[in-house]
Design a protein around this ligand. Structure first.
Ligand code: MLT
Length: 404
């Protein structure tokens, strides 16, 4: 008789953004006349940059001609894209990362969920709290997290590293030694960052205790301050303790196009075993590569025109971030994030829980945000707004919040 993976049955509720989607759909159905402004999920709204569109068109034309047609992509990614990434994202920042250490994928969400597969189920994970739910849920599915405590909103075998106003939303080294450490900076959901010196402490710690850091740098394009690292490989010793995840979704508007990559340095080991061949094996067996046309679009991100156009796109979203930050501060909210990240993290007013504030905002302002509790227990009492809306809607949302 077929049996299911019991670990799936342990997962409480549905995926955070599916829950929000369902709630908003129900509200919308009940009030079809109301215009809802969505500042919940971090989904981009601006069209793809012209350099990317040109590259896509050209690649589509190549697919229409037998002489230039492409079938399966190389499973680890096309050389032209891996080289462009190594040159621009790493060499350009003084990081020693080579093209053959870069694995192209269809996005960082899948990679961040899949990467745990190459580690033993005995490994103990440490996560920031609040945290992007994919890191925890994918480990639940793998049976690595123990039992769920519904009252506390925690798993018995996960090390939670609280990130609150008191520690400036930056995790402290845990008391218990983890095997895998998930870090995301600029952070989703709090929008906080850490300096290169702070990140160096994590790298030194991981090397000392033999842990692997899974570093999610999906939002690096939003960094505006000098001392904030764009890559963990800016830190000395990171090649022997860190995997880095990157996405084209937020820096180039690819949420609907799908492209990302993972870096696994060749020196990186867990115990005595090198991880690069394991991830290559996993990729080769389970994945047929991101589409050629999409990888050509990714290459255009690094062209001079692409870079200039995307700088403007990032600035567009950061104008929203500044407006939300300033607007809410003026209204008396306690606000953080939004300086090196497209997320604004605010304290819910008058002791409301984050889901109460979600309902209140939806009802009174018809604005959707993301309740902090959805990201973990330390997110309770906080709320996330994204800067990825269009400017006019963002301004209207702020006005409606002011009038509540
Ligand atoms: C978010 O809103 O947290 C992100 O958009 C989710 C994602 O990138 O998968």
């Amino acid at each position: 008789m077929a049996k299911v993976n019991d670990n799936y049955l342990k997962l409480p509720g549905s995926y955070l953004f599916s829950t929000i989607g369902k709630k908003v759909a129900a509200y919308s159905q009940a009030h079809p006349e109301r215009k809802i402004i969505r500042l919940g999920i971090g989904d981009v709204t601006q069209p793809l940059a012209p350099a990317i569109i040109t590259a896509l068109h050209k690649a589509v034309d190549e697919m229409a001609d037998a002489a230039t047609f492409k079938g399966y992509a190389p499973d680890l990614g096309y050389e032209f894209l891996r080289s462009a990434i190594a040159e621009n994202d790493y060499k350009g920042r003084g990081c020693d990362i080579r093209a053959d250490e870069i694995f192209i994928s269809d996005g960082a969400k899948c990679d961040s969920a899949n990467i745990q597969e190459i580690f033993s189920t005995d490994n103990k994970i440490a996560v920031c709290d609040p945290v992007y739910p994919v890191y925890v849920d994918s480990n639940v599915m793998a049976g690595r997290t123990g039992t769920w405590d519904a009252a506390a909103g925690t798993w018995s075998d996960v090390i939670y590293m609280p990130c609150t106003q008191e520690n400036d939303f930056a995790p402290e080294l845990p008391d218990e030694t983890p095997d895998l450490i998930y870090l995301c900076f600029p952070n989703n959901p709090t929008g906080s960052t850490i300096t290169k010196d702070q990140l160096q402490i994590w790298v030194d710690y991981a090397n000392q205790v033999g842990a692997v850091i899974i570093y999610d740098a999906a939002y690096e394009a939003y960094i505006s301050e000098e001392d904030v690292p764009h890559s963990i490989y800016e830190c000395e010793g990171a090649r022997t303790c860190a995997i880095e995840l990157r996405s084209f979704s937020k820096n180039a508007g690819f949420t609907g196009v799908r492209l990302g990559f993972t870096v696994v340095p060749k020196e990186l080991k867990a115990g005595d075993t090198y991880l690069h061949p394991l991830w290559a094996r996993r990729h080769g067996t389970k994945y047929n590569g991101a589409p050629y046309i999409v990888q050509r679009a990714g290459e255009a991100v690094y062209s001079p025109e692409g870079k200039a156009q995307l700088k403007k796109q990032v600035a567009y979203y950061m104008k929203n971030a500044n407006a939300i930050y300033d607007g809410l501060s003026d209204m008396g909210y306690t606000v953080s994030g939004g300086v090196n990240a497209p997320y604004i993290w605010l304290k819910t007013p008058e002791g409301m829980t984050s889901w109460e504030f979600f309902d209140y905002l939806l009802e009174k302002a018809n604005v959707v945000g993301t309740p902090g509790a959805g990201f973990g227990p330390s997110g309770e009492g906080y709320f996330r707004l994204t800067a990825f809306g269009n400017y006019e809607n963002t301004m209207e949302a702020l006005e409606r919040i002011r009038m509540m």
